[in-house]
Each structure stands twice: as structure tokens, then as C-alpha cells.
Design a binder for this molecule. Structure first.
Ligand code: ACO
Length: 280
């Protein structure tokens, strides 16, 4: 499961050099962190380093950050994994996914641990103390689609296109995207989307519930700012407790969920009463 940032041992945000090597930009301003996937010459394709650096960001964000926005540089969200990761050379000196396997040097346990490390770059976006927003222009392919699926909200420009390309390449989607996809659209539609690897446009995404909102291309930044303002207007502690409660709902029976609601509300009421008692 997602590593607890307090137990990770990592304390500092990635340096500018780390971010650049990972194809990322990061801007933290008060309660809002903005991550931009920035490799425009590769259509914002991402590498393993992108995701381990994303995990590092998650582990070291200041505790007052409540909102994380992920966008792509320019007119595309992301072309997914950098396909050079599947060549023996890898990308810019970064380990190739296939070289070790081809040479018989990577065993099953190592491969499992390697992929788990990449998944950490996606898992932290579910943390209850954060609300995460994918701001999507243009293509979000493969790992790009899975990254958007890892966010709580997906605000799409009308030119957005999702595509789960992995099966067309002989792969499965393994970057934490299959569960949210099935949770949102159901297993039948998810099967059709994945096994055809077709592009799902913005309007269809809205109909399927994949898009929280679809706006004109020029309105995307404003729509994200409006969403941020709305989210920040809610009590921060109630927001954390509510997100945690909603996340349990899918796996809980009604009885279990009612019990979880009572427990969470007892915590909120206690905190509210304590905040009303004069100090001293
Ligand atoms: N990995 C590496 N390089 C890429 C990738 C990628 N995923 N996507 C695009 N590029 C490079 C191209 O090779 C090209 O490089 P060049 O200028 O040196 O020739 C440059 O980015 C521009 O790409 P174009 O294809 O010319 O851009 P266009 O705007 O026409 O198309 C699109 C964009 C649709 C994203 C297309 O590039 C594409 O389909 N890319 C591959 C998508 C893919 O299969 N991703 C992997 C999915 S599986 C997963 O993510 C786990």
C-alpha cells in the first residue's frame, strides 16, 4: 500500500535537477502543489524515473498542501511510457525494463519489486489528506491515462483523449489504473476500452463518468482554479475524514459503512466541540 511519508526517511523535495531528469516540474504555493509532466519533445512520455520522482514528491510535500494538480506541458497530457524503456538501451542512462530480463539477470521477485516501486508514483495520489486533480489536454495514453485515473478529479479540455494502449503493445495496464477504471465505468465497459485500446474522447468520458468536467481548451486553467477554490472552501479536517470514508464505501457492506460513518462523525464532533472550548 502507499508508503506513509513520515516513515519513508526522505525529507526534502526533489531538487530541480532531479525533477528535470524525471521530466517533471513542481510548483508548491501554500495549499496547492502543481506537477507538470514536461518532456514536450517526447510528447510528455514518462519513464521509471518520472514515477519514482513522483513518489518522492508525495513523500516530501509540505503538510499544508491539500490539493495536487497534475497537467502536461503544452497541448498533451502524456504519451504514456517512453517506449525507449523497452529497448535494451533504456532512456538517458536509466535502467531498461527489458534488458535485465533478456540477459536472464532479473528474476521474478526483482521484477515484482521494480514494478511495485513504479506503482508508488501513482498510489500516493489516493491519500485522504490530498485532493488530486488531473487537468487533461490532448492525449493521455497508457500510463498517462492511468495517472489521470489515479486522481480524484479529472478536468478535461474538449480535445482530451484517453487510451489504454497497453494490450495493443502486448502488455497489461499495471500502473494502478485498472481498479479505478472498473470502479468508474464497470467491468464490461472497461474490458471494451482496454481490449480495443481505442481512444475515448472528452464527451464520451463525461458520459462514462471518467471526466468530472469538460471545458473548452482555453477554459481549462480557469476551471482547475475554480475547482481548487471550491475544494479549499471546505473544512480541511472534514475533507480528509470524508475522503477516507468515501474510499471505504466500495469495499464495505452497508452495515460496515454505517459504522464507519458513526466513527468518523464522532471524531469530527469531538474535534468541533474541543475547538469551541475556550483555551487556558
Ligand atoms: N515514447 C517515446 N517517444 C515518444 C512517445 C513515447 N510514448 N510518444 C511520442 N514520442 C516521440 C515520437 O517518437 C516523436 O519523436 P521524434 O520527433 O524524434 O520522431 C515525438 O515524440 C513526437 O511524436 P509524434 O508521434 O510525431 O506526435 P503526434 O502529436 O503526431 O502524436 C501521440 C502524439 C498520439 C501521443 C503519438 O506520438 C503516439 O501514439 N505515441 C505513442 C503512444 C504509446 O504507445 N505509448 C505507450 C502506451 S503503453 C504505456 O504507457 C504503459
Amino acid at each position: 500500500m502507499t508508503q506513509d511519508p513520515r516513515e519513508s526517511g526522505v525529507r526534502e523535495l526533489p531538487t530541480e535537477e532531479d525533477l528535470t531528469r524525471a521530466g517533471l516540474r513542481l510548483a508548491v504555493e501554500g495549499a496547492v502543489a502543481r506537477i507538470t509532466i514536461s518532456r514536450p519533445e517526447r510528447r510528455n512520455a514518462m519513464t521509471g524515473r518520472t514515477w519514482t520522482t513522483m513518489a518522492h514528491i508525495g513523500q516530501t510535500l509540505p503538510s499544508d498542501v491539500r490539493i495536487v494538480v497534475i497537467a502536461g506541458e503544452g497541448d498533451i497530457f502524456s504519451a504514456g511510457i517512453d517506449l525507449n524503456m523497452f529497448t535494451p538501451q533504456g532512456v538517458d542512462g536509466e535502467r531498461s525494463i527489458v534488458a535485465g530480463l533478456a540477459e536472464g539477470k532479473t528474476d521474478a521477485a526483482e521484477l515484482d519489486a521494480y514494478i511495485a516501486g513504479l506503482q508508488e508514483g501513482f498510489l500516493w495520489l489516493r491519500r485522504p489528506d490530498l485532493v488530486t486533480i488531473a487537468a487533461v489536454r490532448g492525449h493521455a495514453i497508457g500510463a498517462g491515462f492511468q495517472l489521470a485515473l489515479s486522481c480524484d478529479l479529472r478536468i478535461l479540455a474538449e480535445d482530451a483523449k484517453f487510451c489504454m494502449k497497453e494490450p495493443a503493445l502486448g502488455l497489461v495496464p499495471d500502473l494502478t489504473g485498472t481498479k479505478p477504471l472498473v470502479d468508474i465505468v464497470g467491468v464490461h465497459r472497461a474490458t471494451e476500452i482496454c481490449l480495443t485500446a481505442r481512444k475515448v474522447g472528452a464527451e464520451e468520458s463525461r458520459e462514462l463518468g471518467l471526466a468530472t468536467l469538460v471545458v473548452g481548451v482555453d477554459e481549462l486553467d480557469g476551471a482547475v482554479d475554480d475547482a481548487i477554490a471550491g475544494l479549499l472552501a471546505v473544512d480541511p479536517d472534514a475533507a480528509v475524514a470524508t475522503k477516507a470514508l468515501l474510499q471505504q464505501a466500495v469495499g464495505n457492506t452497508l452495515e460496515e459503512q454505517c459504522a464507519a460513518e458513526r466513527k468518523a462523525q464522532a471524531g469530527r464532533l469531538t474535534a468541533l466541540v474541543e475547538s469551541m472550548v475556550p483555551k487556558g
